[in-house]
Design a protein around this ligand. Structure first.
Ligand code: UDX
Length: 450
């Protein structure tokens, strides 16, 4: 598959996480519709998932394999964050960084007009710039969390962030400090990680964001990072079956038999796992609230999540041990709430499908995303104690607020936000294309990094 005459050629390079690869893929699909030729570079295992999701559809995206060095602890099926045992994350990051030279060769070979890179690889932006190719940062995180962390980096304070509601709790601050990081990944030995990453981006930064939910924080982030931010909109995959495969049919049938808005969907994303104790508290909360539920209870590398569905309540719930078709579940009329860790894609999908949030944030950007959802009036957070723990009664109270007490208000507000997001979605890609074309057409010679 070669680029056609006159097409602008873009190399896209996400971090090796599901929550990064798929927004990059959606952006890639949008660009191919606007006459860009797109190369998408990732590890073999991530490219396999991409191929599955493209499902032989005739989408002209050229997949380019990134060879990771073979490290003893890191077989190829762990060349992705999906299902990787958490203790291997630093090893994956190390292997990723060790692929810098190979990536530089890929750039030299393809000679694209532009590189779109992710936040974990400042070295990729520098490699492109060194070859005269403009690098553009695409953030798959939202504007609010990035503004929050950028504010902390600049002003050395969490508590002066310009918002009354977006604050970290003491146990979250302790966790952030203990982790010795503003976001999440250890083993990153690069001064440009997180904040310098913006400055490496040529004039603009693309961001998976939408003004309806976080316009004011987008403006604040733009002033902090000194780059024009171009929102891409929600980047939701649109497909006929939305990942529903044969294993899911029984669950979808069960869901179809529940009343409208009666079911809580519970999932903590692609790389977050709750402890057995926390699972038990969630189970108690479900028992007390009496709500129907679909609970994605996975553990690393496909082990038993250990979630206990209380006896006698089996008709009330389904426990999924593997990968759930999240989009298809969220858009189902029987779903009335989403208990989520508040990963950015999950919050985005909740708004997109008009489902109020029961927030259980754990780490990184998740607490900020949870506070944003609460600030927007589209959800509540499960209360946590001083030590960060939560109990079944708190879980039940939060569920009750979303499903009973505040039901109409939450549904109305998330519905309004959804409408605004859809308008932005339609306009976003035109603006992205205009900006990328402008930068390419300015010519490589005129490009300056700062
Ligand atoms: C990670 C980080 O943990 C989070 O802090 C950051 O905001 C994003 O990256 P992740 O687990 O990938 O989070 O969560 P999220 O951003 O919510 O993305 C998960 C994606 O996987 C969603 O698109 C969701 O629809 C999909 N998913 C997840 C499924 O389709 N099925 C599943 O079973 C689990």
């Amino acid at each position: 598959m070669n680029a056609k005459q006159g097409e602008l050629r873009v190399l896209m390079f996400p971090w090796l996480a599901h929550g990064h690869v798929f927004p990059f893929l959606e952006l890639a699909k949008g660009l191919t519709k606007k006459h860009f030729h797109v190369y998408l570079c990732s590890t073999s295992i991530n490219l396999d998932s991409v191929k599955n999701s493209l499902n032989n559809n005739d989408i002209p995206i050229e997949l380019v394999e990134l060879p990771l060095p073979s490290l003893p602890d890191l077989p190829p099926h762990y060349h992705t964050t999906k299902n990787i045992p958490p203790h291997l994350m630093p090893t994956l990051m190390k292997a990723f960084q060790m692929s810098a030279l190979a990536f530089s060769d890929i750039i030299a070979d393809l000679k694209p007009d532009l590189l779109i890179y992710d936040g974990f690889q400042p070295w990729a932006a520098r490699a492109a710039a060194a070859q005269g190719i403009p690098p553009i940062f695409f953030s798959t995180s939202g504007s609010t969390s990035l503004a929050f962390f950028h504010h902390h980096h600049t002003h050395k304070s969490w508590d002066t962030f310009p918002s009354d509601t977006i604050r970290l709790k003491e146990h979250e601050k302790r966790a952030m400090i203990a982790a010795g990081e503003s976001i999440k990944v250890k083993n990153v030995d690069d001064g440009d990680f997180i904040f310098g990453i913006f400055k490496l981006s040529c004039e603009i930064v693309l961001i998976k964001s939408y003004r309806a939910l976080e316009g004011k924080y987008m403006d604040y982030l733009s002033s902090l990072c000194e780059r024009k931010l171009i929102p891409t909109g929600p980047l939701i995959a649109h497909g006929d079956d939305e990942g529903v495969d044969d294993r899911d049919l029984e669950m979808m049938r069960w869901l179809g038999e529940r009343e409208e808005g009666s079911t809580l969907y519970i999932s903590f994303g692609s790389e977050n796992y709750v402890s057995k104790e926390q699972m038990e508290e969630i189970a108690k909360g479900l028992e007390v609230s009496g709500v129907n539920f679909i609970w994605v209870a996975r553990s690393p590398a496909g082990g038993d999540g250990g979630a206990s569905v209380p006896e006698g309540r089996r008709e009330k719930g389904v426990v999924v041990r593997g990968w759930a078709p999240q989009a298809a579940i969220l858009r189902h009329r029987s779903v009335g709430g989403f208990m989520t860790h508040c990963g950015w894609s999950s919050v985005t999908e909740s708004v997109y499908y008009g489902v109020p949030v029961v927030a259980v944030p754990f780490k990184a950007d998740q607490p900020v995303n949870a506070r944003l959802a609460v600030e927007a009036g589209i959800g509540v957070e499960v209360e946590r104690g001083e030590d960060g723990g939560f109990d079944g009664d708190g879980v039940a109270r939060a569920i009750n607020e979303v499903f009973v007490e505040g039901r109409e208000g939450f549904r109305r507000r998330v519905g309004e936000l959804r409408e605004k997001m859809k308008v932005e979605e339609e306009e976003a890609m035109d603006e992205v294309v205009k900006e990328l074309s402008r930068i390419i057409n300015k010519g490589r010679q005129q490009y300056t990094k700062d």
